[in-house]
Design a protein around this ligand. Structure first.
Ligand code: FAD
Length: 560
C-alpha cells in the first residue's frame, strides 16, 4: 500500500519549494509529498489520486492563487476525499476571509505565510491535523480487522466500542467483502457468531463482550488499588476535567467509566463552540487528548466498568463496582451525565443496532455513503449529525417535531444546514413506525399539521431526542430532583430539613456549591440539577469541583 499523500498548492514558486522541503523533512518517511503550481493542476492531481484509489491525508492551498483560489481547491478536495484535512495558506491581510472559509466550508485551519520558521509556523498545525487523521485512517490498515455484518447489533456494539475508544480498525463486511468471507471460513465460524476481531498478532475474538475487547487492547478493566483520595464516576468532559485537575494537584485519582472516555461529547462529530478550537474538533479527538493529559498526571482510568453503588462509612466514601469489589476513598465525584431518551414507536426497539441507532453516529458513518439517512431531533446534536452525514450520504432528512428549528438549535448550525444542499428539514413531523425483518428497510413519517402519513425507504435512522440522567442506583444516597438530576449546594434548600441545609446534613457549614446532600460526595456536569448542558460547562464544573474537594479535605483534616 503506497504511503498517503500530502498535497501542497501554491503558485509562488519559492513558497512552494520551501513548504515542500519542510514537509518532506518532517513527514517524508510516512507520507508522499506532492507540490502543484496551480489550482487546476492540483484538482487534476487529486482526481488522479482518487482514480488510483490512493489516500490523501492533507491538502494545503494558498488562498491567493490566480484563476482557482485556495478555498475552491479545498472545497473540491473534500468532495473527492471527505475525510481529508484541509488548511488554507493566507496573508495577514486575508485572515478574516480565512476565518470565513473555516466557517462556511468547514476548512480545518489556516496558516499565515511565510510559514517560517516551520517549527513555529508550520509543524504545530500540521502535526495536529495529521495526528487526528492518522488516529482514524492510517492505523486501521495495519491494525485491527473486524469481520461482521452491518446490520447485526453485536457488530454495531463492537464498532461503537472501538470507535469511541479511539481504536482504528478495518471493517470487513460479510455481505460485501470476499476477504471477510475467507476469514470467516478460516476461523471455522458461522455468520451467526459475528463479529470476529482479528488482531495484528493473528489472535481472534469471536462475538466478544466489550470487556474482552478492552482486556485485549490493553485497557484497564479493574483498578490497581483499593483505596484512593478521589474516585470519579463517569469519564465525560466533567469527569475527565476533574481527573486532570485532581491528579495534577496531588490527589491519588481513579476514574471509572462505563463505556468509553468522552461521554456524550465523544459522540459529537464536530464540537464548534469549545474555546480555543476555531475550526472545531470531533468529540473523539477531544476525548483522546484529555485521556493522554489525564494519564500524564497518572490518573488511573478504568474502563469499561460500572459503578453500582456509593455509601458512607465513617470518614470514607465506598464506591462499589459491578464485579462486586469496593473502592475506598476520601471523596467521590459523580459525573455520570445523561443518556438518550428512547423513541417509543413500533419497530424501533426490535431494529435498534440493525439500522436504528441512538446517537452512535461516528461508528456508522462508514455505511452511509450514497444512502438516504434520516435523523430524528431538532437540537444541536441532531444538527451536528446532519452536517456530518451530509459529507457522505446521498441525502439527509432531519425529522423535527416542532414547527421551527430556531426554538432548539443554535443559529450557526441552522445557517450551515440551510446552506447544505443535500440536507432536507421536515418540520411538524414525527417517525411513527419502523419496518423491516432483520434490518431497517423503511420508516413511516407522520405530518402532525396535516395528519398525512408517508412511508420512505431507508437503512439508517439516527435518534437524538433529548436525554435523562440514570441515577436510580443513587436512590436513598443523595438528594435528587423529580427527573433524577442530583441536587447540590444552594439547590439543596429545595429538600431542606433544617434552615437551608438538607435533612441529615451533619456539618456546621453549608454544603459547597458542587457538593451533594452527603458531605464528601460531589457532583459535576450534566447529571447535576441546573447544569448547563455544554462541554465547556462540564469541564468548568469538573475543574471547580476539585477546588471544593480540597476545601472539604482540609476541613475534615482540621476537624472543622
Ligand atoms: C451528539 C452530541 C453532540 C454534542 N455537541 C455539543 C457541542 O457541540 N458543544 C457543546 O458544548 N456540547 C455538546 N453536547 C453536549 C455535551 O456533550 C455534554 O453537555 C457533555 O458531554 C456533558 O459532560 P458530562 O461529563 O457531564 O457527561 P457525559 O458526557 O454524559 O459523560 C458521562 C459519562 O459517565 C458514564 N457513566 C454513567 N453512569 C456510569 C456509572 N454508573 N459508572 C461508570 N460510568 C458511568 C457514561 O458512560 C458517560 O461516559 C453534545 C452532546 C451530544 C450527545
Amino acid at each position: 500500500m503506497p504511503k498517503p499523500v500530502l498535497l501542497v498548492v501554491d503558485d509562488t514558486e519559492e513558497e512552494l519549494r520551501l513548504i515542500q522541503r519542510d514537509l518532506e523533512r518532517r513527514y517524508g518517511q510516512r507520507y508522499r509529498i506532492h507540490g502543484e503550481r496551480s489550482g487546476s493542476e492540483a484538482l487534476e492531481k487529486l482526481w488522479q489520486l482518487k482514480q488510483g484509489g490512493e489516500r490523501v491525508a492533507l491538502v494545503l492551498a494558498n488562498q491567493r492563487m490566480r484563476k482557482i483560489t485556495g478555498v475552491e481547491v479545498l472545497t473540491q478536495a473534500a468532495s473527492l476525499f471527505p475525510d481529508v484535512k484541509r488548511a488554507l495558506i493566507a496573508d495577514y491581510s486575508d485572515a478574516e476571509s480565512a476565518i470565513d472559509a473555516i466557517k462556511k466550508f468547514g476548512i480545518d485551519h489556516y496558516l499565515i505565510r511565510p510559514c517560517q520558521p516551520p517549527e513555529q509556523n508550520l509543524y504545530p498545525v500540521i502535526d495536529d491535523l495529521l495526528v487526528d487523521w492518522e488516529s482514524r485512517f492510517l492505523l486501521s490498515l495495519e491494525g485491527v480487522r473486524v469481520v461482521g455484518s452491518r446490520f447485526s447489533p453485536e457488530s454495531h456494539q463492537t464498532r461503537d466500542f472501538l470507535v469511541r475508544n479511539c481504536v482504528p480498525f478495518q471493517w470487513l463486511d460479510i455481505e460485501r467483502d470476499e476477504e471477510a468471507r475467507r476469514l470467516l471460513a478460516g476461523a471455522g465460524e458461522k455468520a451467526s457468531r459475528l463479529p470476529i476481531i482479528v488482531f495484528p498478532d493473528g489472535t481472534q475474538l469471536v462475538q466478544p463482550t466489550n470487556t474482552q475487547i478492552a482486556e485485549k487492547i490493553g485497557l484497564k478493566v479493574h483498578p490497581g488499588g483499593t483505596s484512593y483520595d478521589l474516585v470519579i464516576v463517569g469519564g465525560g468532559p466533567a469527569g475527565l476535567a476533574a481527573s486532570v485537575y485532581g491528579a495534577s494537584e496531588g490527589l491519588r485519582t481513579v476514574m471509572i467509566e462505563r463505556h468509553a472516555p468522552g461521554g456524550q461529547a465523544g459522540l459529537s462529530a464536530m464540537i464548534e463552540n469549545y474555546l480555543g478550537f476555531p475550526a472545531g474538533m470531533s468529540g473523539t479527538e477531544l476525548a483522546r487528548r484529555a485521556v493522554v493529559q489525564a494519564k500524564k498526571f497518572e490518573v488511573e482510568i478504568v474502563t469499561p466498568q460500572v459503578v453500582t453503588a456509593v455509601r458512607v462509612e465513617g470518614s470514607s466514601r465506598i464506591v462499589t463496582l459491578s464485579d462486586g469489589s469496593d473502592l475506598r476513598c476520601e471523596v467521590a465525584l459523580l459525573a455520570t451525565g445523561v443518556e438518550w431518551r428512547r423513541l417509543d414507536v413500533p419497530g424501533i426497539e426490535r431494529l435498534t443496532g440493525a439500522g436504528v441507532y441512538y446517537g452512535g453516529t461516528l461508528a456508522e458513518v462508514f455505511f452511509c455513503r450514497n444512502e438516504d439517512v434520516y435523523i430524528v431531533g431538532g437540537a444541536n446534536s441532531a444538527g451536528q449529525a446532519a452536517l456530518h452525514f451530509s459529507r457522505y450520504a446521498r441525502s439527509v432528512t432531519l425529522v423535527v417535531r416542532a414547527d421551527s428549528l430556531s426554538k432548539s438549535m443554535s443559529h450557526y448550525l441552522i445557517e450551515q444546514i440551510e446552506a447544505t444542499k443535500n440536507i432536507k428539514v421536515r418540520l411538524n413531523t414525527t417517525v411513527c413506525e419502523a419496518h423491516g425483518e432483520d434490518r431497517l428497510e423503511s420508516i413511516t413519517l407522520l405530518d402532525s399539521a396535516t395528519g398525512d402519513k408517508e412511508t420512505v425507504r431507508t437503512n439508517a435512522l439516527f435518534i437524538f431526542i433529548g436525554a435523562l440522567p440514570h441515577t436510580d442506583w443513587l436512590e436513598g444516597v443523595v438528594a435528587r430532583d423529580d427527573h433524577g438530576f442530583i441536587l447540590t449546594g444552594p439547590d439543596l434548600a429545595k429538600v431542606a430539613g433544617d434552615g437551608h441545609r438538607p435533612a441529615g446534613w451533619p456539618l456546621e457549614r453549608d454544603p459547597f456549591w458542587l457538593e451533594s446532600s452527603v458531605p464528601g460526595i460531589f457532583v459535576a456536569g450534566d447529571v447535576r440539577h441546573g447544569s448547563v448542558k455544554r462541554v465547556a460547562a462540564g469541564v468548568g464544573e469538573g475543574a471547580t469541583a476539585v477546588q471544593f474537594i480540597h476545601q472539604y479535605l482540609n476541613s475534615t483534616l482540621s476537624g472543622s
